[in-house]
Design a protein around this ligand. Structure first.
Ligand code: GAL
Length: 990
C-alpha cells in the first residue's frame, strides 16, 4: 500500500522554491467535510466520487488537526513510536481521515495550467479531484504539488483528500512532540501561466573586503525572463552574474533586503534579496567575513489550541518575542517550518538553521537495528525530504545552515543527503549532530553538554569520540570544526539554571559559536472549555512522555517564562560593566550601537533620586568604550525613612527609535552598580550597603524582656507557647511561627531525567520531605528566648540541631537561626549521602489578608542561585498571586532573591515587615509546599485561608537536569552549619 511502501509519493511535481507570484492563487482553506475511520480497511470505498453522500459528516477546519477538533486524540511521546516498530509497516489501527471539499472555481480563473499545492499534511495522503486520483505524498512538514490538468472544471469542483495518520514516513518523523495528523498547513490552487516562472534560485554574495555584491538568479521558466533589482538599477538575464561595487549586506542584526522581481510575459515573482556570504574560515562559521555567535532557540511550531497549524500572526509573534529577548538565531527543530516563518526571519533578522523533517529516534529501542538512515532502501524517501527542504527554502538569506535532521543516529544515507545538498547549494554550511564522526557535518556539535566538557571543547582538549578513534583523518577534521551547542539549557519547568555560566564559557573560546536553548515554547494544549493545559498521558495514551513536552521558554499561551527573561539578560548584545568607570562593550558582530540610547538612574533604597542620559561614543562591533560614571557620587543623598541608604546606579540601553519588533524605549541591556552610601570619592563603586545585623542591636535600642503569662510567653511583638517556644502571634496576628524548612516542591530539574541526575532521589532518601521537629530546650533569660531543637526524619540517624534565638528591641522582634548538621549526612553502608539541601530557611503562616507584598531586593521576577542575572535591585510590589509563576505542572517557584526587607500588607495597608541580615529569599503563597508538590495541574492548587511564607537564607540552584547537568557545585546549597537572621516589625497604622 502507498502508505506503507518506500515511495515518497506519486504524481507529484518536482520540488521548487516557495515563490510570491503574481499568478492567481485560490486558497482552499476553510470548512471541509470530514470523516474519521479506525483504519484504512474501515474507510469508505467510494469517498472520492462526486456522488458519494457525505451529509452525515462533520465539518473540519482546514488547515487543522482532526485530533484537536473532536476526532480521536492527540498522543505525545518523546522517543517512542506509538506503534510496533516493524518498518515500513503501519498498525491496523491507522486512523484515516477522509476530507471532502466542494469549491467554486472563480469565473475569471485563467484557462492555463493549474497546480494543487499542500504545504503540509501529516503523515501521508492520497488526493482526488473530481473523482480522479492526482497522486499521493508523504513527508508531513514539506510541500507537495500536483498538476490538476483537465480535471479542474469551471464552476463546482470536488477535492477529496484521504489522510493516514501512520505511514512508512512516520518512521522518519519521530520528533519529540505531539503526534498530530491532518492537513495542518494551507491548501492552494495555483495558476501556472503558459509563459511563467517555475523556479528561482537566488545567489547573492557579499564581498566583505570590497563591499561589493554579486548577484545571479537562476530561473526555470516557460517564457523569456528578466531579473530586476530596481534599487540597484539591475536588469539581468537569468543566470547572468553581475557584481555591484557597493551593496548593503544582509545580517540578522541589519536585515537589509532589496526588493527584486523575476518577470516573464505571463508572471512576476517578487523576491526579497539579502546579500551575504557564508563561509567556514579555519574553525569558525563566518558570514560576510565575521564569525557568528548564536544566541539561539530551538523552535517547534506550537499553538495551544491549534497544535502545529500555526497562524502567520503567531509566527510573527514568536519572532517579535525572540527579537525583544535578544535571541538572534532559530533552529527549526525538527522540520522545516511553515514557509511564511522564513520570510519573517529574512525581514526581522534571525540566523536560521533549517532542519529537514527527519528523526528516527525511536530506533533506540531496537539498538538501531533497522534504522532507515542506514538502509539504502530508504534513500529515496530520505533524499526526497532533503530535496524538498532545500528547494523550497533556498532563497532565504536568513538560512545559513541546512540540517540533515535530528537524532537519527548514524547511517550511509545521511552521506547521500549531505553530498546532494553540498552540490545543490554550496553557499551554505551543513549540520548534523548525532553522527559522532561528523563526517557529514561542517560543525562539531553536542546536546546538553556539561560546562566542564564545554571548556574542554573550547580549548580543544576534549576526548576523541569512539567513532573517529581509528580514523586519524576524520578525527583531525572533526577537531578543526567549529562547535555549536545545538541544544542546551533544558527549559522544563522552573529553570534552566546555569545560562550565565554557559554564556561565559561560550564567550571565552572562539571555537564555540554559541548555542540554542531547548526549547522555545511549552507544548501544552488547551482543550475547549478547559482551564488547565494538558500534556502527555491526558488522553490515555499507553506509551507517552508525560510533561517532557513542557520545556519551553514561553508558557503554552506564549507568556515569557522567567527562563526567557534570564536568557534575555544573559545574551545581551551590549555589555555594560564597571569598576570606577563604565565600560560599554558592543557584542554584536555587524551593527554599531547607534540604534540605542543609554540612560542612567540613581536610586537610594530603591527610590529614584536622579536620572539622565549617557553620551556614548560610536562603538563598532566587537569594540568597547570607557566612560566616567554619570553620578555626582560625592553628593550625599538622604536615605529613605525605611531604608539603610543603599545606593545603586542603573544604566540601561534602550531602543532610540521604533524597530519593526519593538517600540522606542524598549530595553535591550542594563546593569547595576552599587555606589557608596555616603560617598567620600566621586565615581567610586562600592559593595552594597548591609542592613544591620539583628543579632547585634544598636546600643541605643531598648531591649525588651520576656514576660510569662500562663502557658504563654511574650517577647516584644511576639507571643510564644512557653512549652515549645513556638511563635503563636506576631504583633497580634496569628501565626504558627517560623520553623526550619529544608524542603521545596521538587522542580522538573530536581527530578532529573529517568533517574539520571535526580537530586531529589538523594533528598527523599535523606528524608528531607518528612522532617520531624523535636524541642529539646526552651530557655528564657533576661532579654532572650532560646529554643533548641533537633530536626530529623524517622528511621535515619542524621538531622540538624537548630537553635532559634529570639530578642526584641524597641518595635523589632529578631530571630537568629543556627543550624548544625548532626549525624551521618554523608551516608552509611545502606543509606546514600545527601550533599545538599533544596532550601535552608524558615516557614511560617500568616493571615491570608496580607496579600500585597512590597519588597526591596531582587526582582521583579523569581530568581534562584543559578538563574538570577535578570533580578535587579529596587523596590517591587506584587500581590501574593502575582508572585506565583504559573508552571503548567506546579513545582517550586516564585522565590525572590536578595530581599533586604519585605512588607506584607492587607487592603488597609497594615501588616508585617520582615528584614534580612542582610538578605533573604522570599516566597509567599496561598498553598503549602506539600500542596504544590501534589498538584499535577494548576487548578489542583486551592488557596487556603492562610498565607505560607518561606524566608530562606538560600535555595539550591536549579540546573537543567530534566535533560542535562544538575546545578554546578558553585550553585548548590551544601549540607553545612549556617546561621541566619530575620527581624519583624509591625507595619502600618493598625
Ligand atoms: C533532545 C531532542 C529534542 C528533545 C530534547 C529534550 O535530545 O533533540 O527533540 O527531545 O532532547 O526535550
Amino acid at each position: 500500500m502507498y502508505y506503507e511502501d518506500l515511495e515518497p509519493g506519486t504524481g507529484r511535481r518536482e520540488p521548487r522554491a516557495w515563490l510570491h507570484s503574481s499568478a492567481p492563487v485560490l486558497s482552499l482553506n476553510g470548512e471541509w467535510r470530514f470523516k474519521l475511520s479506525a483504519g484504512p480497511a474501515e474507510a469508505p470505498a467510494d469517498v472520492m466520487t462526486p456522488e458519494f453522500a457525505d451529509d452525515g459528516w462533520d465539518e473540519l477546519t482546514v488547515p487543522g488537526h482532526w485530533v484537536l477538533q473532536g476526532h480521536d486524540r492527540p498522543r505525545y511521546t518523546n522517543t517512542a513510536f506509538p506503534f510496533p516498530i516493524d518498518p515500513p509497516r503501519t498498525p491496523a489501527a491507522n486512523p484515516t481521515g477522509d476530507h471532502r471539499h466542494w469549491f467554486e472555481l472563480p469565473a475569471d480563473w485563467p484557462d492555463a495550467r493549474t497546480i494543487l499545492r499542500f504545504e503540509g499534511v501529516d503523515s501521508c495522503f492520497k488526493v482526488w479531484l473530481n473523482g480522479v486520483e492526482l497522486g499521493t505524498s508523504k513527508g508531513s512538514r514539506l510541500p507537495s504539488e500536483f498538476e490538476v490538468g483537465a480535471h479542474l472544471r469551471p464552476g463546482r469542483n470536488l477535492l477529496v483528500v484521504r489522510v493516514h495518520q501512520w505511514s512508512s514516513g512516520s518512521y522518519l518523523e519521530d520528533q519529540d512532540m505531539w503526534w498530530l495528523p491532518g492537513i495542518f498547513r494551507d491548501v492552494t490552487l495555483r495558476s501556472r501561466p503558459a509563459d511563467g516562472i517555475e523556479d528561482v534560485f537566488v545567489h547573492a554574495d557579499f564581498d566583505h573586503v570590497t563591499g561589493a555584491g554579486t548577484i545571479k538568479v537562476d530561473c526555470v521558466s516557460t517564457g523569456p525572463a528578466r531579473v530586476l533589482v530596481p534599487e540597484l538599477g539591475l536588469d539581468l538575464a537569468p543566470g547572468e552574474s553581475v557584481t555591484v561595487p557597493a551593496v548593503e549586506p544582509w545580517s540578522a542584526e541589519i536585515p537589509r533586503l532589496y526588493d527584486a522581481s523575476v518577470v516573464t510575459p505571463g508572471e512576476t515573482v517578487s523576491l526579497r534579496i539579502g546579500f551575504r556570504t557564508v563561509t567556514i574560515v579555519d574553525d569558525q562559521l563566518t558570514v560576510n567575513g565575521r564569525p557568528l555567535f548564536f544566541r539561539g532557540v530551538n523552535r517547534h511550531e506550537h499553538d495551544q489550541y491549534r497544535g502545529r497549524a500555526v497562524s502567520e500572526e503567531t509566527m510573527r509573534q514568536d519572532l517579535v518575542l525572540m527579537k525583544q529577548h535578544n535571541v538572534n538565531a532559530v533552529r527549526t527543530a525538527h522540520y522545516p517550518p511553515h514557509p511564511a516563518f522564513l520570510d519573517l526571519c529574512d525581514e526581522l533578522g534571525l540566523w536560521v538553521i533549517d532542519e529537514c523533517d527527519i528523526e528516527t529516534h525511536g530506533f533506540i529501542y531496537t539498538d538501531w537495528v533497522g534504522n532507515p538512515v542506514d538502509d539504502p532502501a530508504w534513500a529515496p524517501m530520505l533524499l526526497d525530504r532533503m530535496r524538498r527542504t532545500v528547494e523550497r527554502d533556498k532563497n532565504h538569506p536568513s538560512i545559513v545552515i541546512w540540517s540533515l535532521g535530528n537524532e537519527s543516529h548514524r547511517g550511509r544515507v545521511l552521506g547521500d543527503l549531505a553530498a546532494w545538498t553540498r552540490e545543490r547549494d554550496p553557499g551554505r554550511a551543513l549540520f548534523y549532530e548525532r553522527d559522532r564522526s561528523y563526517a557529514f557535518s561542517d560543525f562539531y556539535s553536542l546536546m546538553y553538554t556539561p560546562l566542564d566538557e564545554l571548556e574542554r571543547i573550547g580549548s580543544r582538549t576534549e576526548e576523541v569520540p569512539e567513532e573517529t578513534a581509528d580514523h586519524p583523518e576524520l578525527e583531525a577534521r572533526r577537531r578543526a570544526l567549529p562547535f555549536v551547542l545545538c541544544e542546551y539549557a533544558h527549559a522544563m519547568g522552573n529553570g534552566p539554571g546555569g545560562l550565565a555560566d554557559y554564556q561565559r564559557v561560550f564567550e571565552k573560546y572562539p571555537r564555540l559559536q554559541g548555542g540554542f536553548v531547548w526549547e522555545w515554547i511549552d507544548h501544552g494544549l488547551l482543550l475547549p472549555g478547559a482551564t488547565d493545559h494538558v500534556y502527555g498521558g491526558a488522553f490515555g495514551e499507553k506509551v507517552h512522555g508525560a510533561n517532557f513536552c513542557l520545556d519551553g521558554l514561553l508558557f503554552p499561551d506564549r507568556t515569557p517564562s522567567p527562563g526567557l527573561i534570564e536568557y534575555k539578560k544573559v545574551i545581551e548584545p551590549v555589555r555594560i560593566s564597571g569598576a570606577g568607570s563604565l565600560t560599554i562593550e558592543n557584542l554584536r558582530s555587524f551593527a554599531p550601537l547607534d540604534d540605542l540610547e543609554f540612560v542612567w538612574s540613581e536610586e537610594v533604597d530603591g527610590v529614584e533620586m536622579r536620572s539622565g542620559r549617557l553620551e556614548v561614543p560610536a562603538i563598532e562591533p566587537g569594540a568597547s568604550a570607557e566612560l566616567p560614571l554619570p553620578v555626582e557620587a560625592a553628593v550625599p543623598v538622604e536615605p529613605a525613612a525605611d531604608g539603610a541608604g543603599e545606593r545603586w546606579l542603573t544604566v540601561r540601553a534602550v531602543l532610540a527609535k521604533d524597530e519593526p519588533w519593538a517600540a522606542a524605549g524598549h530595553e535591550v541591556a542594563w546593569a547595576q552598580f552599587p555606589l557608596p552610601a555616603h560617598s567620600a570619592q566621586p565615581g567610586e563603586l562600592a559593595e552594597p550597603a548591609r542592613a544591620a545585623d539583628p543579632a547585634q542591636p544598636a546600643t541605643a535600642a531598648v531591649r525588651r524582656q520576656p514576660e510569662r503569662s500562663g502557658d504563654g510567653l511574650r517577647l516584644g511583638g511576639g507571643e510564644f507557647d512557653a512549652r515549645t517556644g513556638q511563635l503563636t502571634r506576631l504583633f497580634g496576628l496569628p501565626t504558627d511561627g517560623p520553623r526550619l524548612d529544608l524542603w521545596r516542591a521538587p522542580t522538573d530539574n530536581d527530578n532529573g531525567q529517568g533517574g539520571r541526575n535526580a537530586t531529589v532521589t538523594a533528598w527523599r532518601a535523606a528524608g528531607l520531605d518528612r522532617l520531624e521537629h523535636r524541642v529539646d530546650q526552651v530557655e528564657v533569660t533576661d532579654h532572650e528566648l532560646t529554643v533548641r531543637t533537633r530536626v530529623a526524619p524517622d528511621g535515619l540517624g542524621h538531622g540538624v540541631r537548630t537553635t532559634y534565638h529570639w530578642t526584641a528591641n524597641d518595635d523589632a522582634l529578631s530571630l537568629t537561626v543556627a543550624v548544625v548538621p548532626d549525624g551521618p549526612w554523608n551516608g552509611s553502608a545502606i543509606t546514600q549521602p545527601c550533599e545538599n539541601w533544596p532550601r535552608l530557611g524558615v516557614r511560617m503562616s500568616l493571615p491570608s489578608s496580607l496579600d500585597t507584598v512590597r519588597w526591596f531586593g531582587g526582582g521583579p521576577g523569581e530568581a534562584y542561585a543559578d538563574s538570577r542575572a535578570a533580578a535587579r535591585v529596587t523596590r517591587h510590589t506584587r500581590t501574593v498571586d502575582g508572585l506565583q509563576t504559573p508552571y503548567v505542572v506546579p513545582q517550586e517557584n516564585g522565590s525572590r532573591i536578595d530581599v533586604r526587607w519585605a512588607e506584607l500588607t492587607d487592603a488597609d495597608g497594615n501588616g508585617i515587615r520582615v528584614e534580612g541580615a542582610p538578605y533573604f529569599q522570599l516566597t509567599a503563597r496561598r498553598w503549602t509546599t506539600e500542596d504544590l508538590e501534589q498538584a499535577k495541574h494548576r487548578s489542583d492548587l486551592t488557596p487556603h485561608d492562610r498565607l505560607y511564607v518561606n524566608l530562606d537564607l538560600a535555595q539550591n540552584g536549579l540546573g537543567s537536569a530534566s535533560c542535562g547537568p544538575a546545578a554546578t557545585a558553585d550553585h548548590t546549597l551544601d549540607v553545612a552549619a549556617y546561621t541566619f537572621g530575620l527581624t519583624w516589625r509591625q507595619f502600618g497604622g493598625r
